[in-house]
Design a protein around this ligand. Structure first.
Ligand code: MN
Length: 305
């Protein structure tokens, strides 16, 4: 009989992003079983997609409030523009962290030179006291760290002796790991954090649980060591997320995070008729209209455990 800790396995569902040819993403967060891992509240995983088939990414101006977005690529390039005036290129291994705060709008378009698009889009919920923060955009390219069979790129927080300088509103961990074939690695982590491990490539055992590609393994707080084994004979690529349990209920609807139905209704109204979210310059196309609100009040999720 094994006393190995079992991680919870969160499977992905396919979500079409819309548009004529429509790129599809694999979404593991949020889902019925789980709303948040730390402040991480949204995990979309896509590719490798041949953009000749999918049309690539072309997301027209749309708003965000109450959250930060993280774009992290494995392959390809995305052109980012936002209403702060930021114009940046998202490239593999480079963090682009956009703070929506009270309100921002942005566009994301894969560049003409991109033939294969492969990466993740992640959201971070802002704590109540900072959810109306100023809009912001930070870029950071971590230097890879080699330890014990794994190459680590720490884009947020601290891992494997490396610390990201990027400011967050709650303690967070975000890192890309590339684990050598059949390697086992032991990483020291914060026991106060809960963790999520997204498998991009390979099959990996975490805390005695086998995770297949596109699955997100969840581990509750209480572990100061994370043992990962690559069960395959090729390199495994993973995204490790973590943070202390968020401790607040949130409402996520479309591109907004609030605390009440009224927060969301106001944000929707402000996007459709106001100037709260600013204007994106340099994008050829119309802003995305918000969907209609449901007829029943939106309910908070992410109850404190
Ligand atoms: Mn967005």
């Amino acid at each position: 009989m094994s006393n190995a800790v079992q991680a919870e396995v969160l499977s992905a569902r396919d979500v079409p992003l819309g548009g004529p040819r429509s790129m599809t993403v694999r979404r593991t967060l949020p889902q019925r079983a789980r709303t948040l891992i730390g402040a991480w509240c949204f995990v979309d995983h896509y590719g490798p997609d041949d953009v000749a088939d999918t049309g690539g990414m072309d997301v027209a101006p749309h708003p965000h409030t109450g959250l930060q977005t993280v774009s992290w690529l494995f392959t390809g390039e995305i052109e980012h523009r936002d209403s702060l005036g930021s114009h940046a290129f998202v490239r593999p291994g480079e963090l682009n962290l956009m703070t929506g705060g009270h309100g921002i709008s942005h566009t994301e378009v894969s560049t003409p030179s991109t033939t294969v698009l492969h990466g993740v889009q992640l959201w971070v919920a802002l704590p109540d006291e900072h959810r109306h923060a100023d809009r912001d955009f930070q870029h950071y390219a971590p230097t890879p760290v080699q330890v014990d069979g794994v190459e680590v790129r720490v884009f947020l927080g601290e891992l494997a002796g490396d610390t990201s300088p990027v400011r967050t509103f709650t303690p967070l961990l975000g890192a890309e790991l590339v684990l050598e074939p059949h390697a086992t690695t032991t990483l020291t982590v914060d026991a106060g954090f809960e963790h999520g491990l997204l498998v991009d490539q390979g099959r990996v055992t975490m805390a005695g649980t086998l995770l297949n590609p596109s699955e997100l393994g969840y581990l509750a707080p209480g572990h100061d060591i994370l043992t990962l084994t690559n069960e395959t004979d090729t390199a495994a690529r993973l995204i490790l997320l973590g943070g202390p349990p968020f401790g607040e209920e949130i409402i996520m609807w479309w591109n907004f995070i609030g605390r009440t139905h009224a927060d969301i209704a106001r944000a929707r109204e402000d996007w459709m008729t106001g100037n709260r979210f600013g204007v994106v310059k340099g994008y050829d196309g119309d802003p995305l209209p918000a969907p209609e609100l449901p007829n029943v009040p939106l309910k908070p999720r992410g109850r404190v455990r």
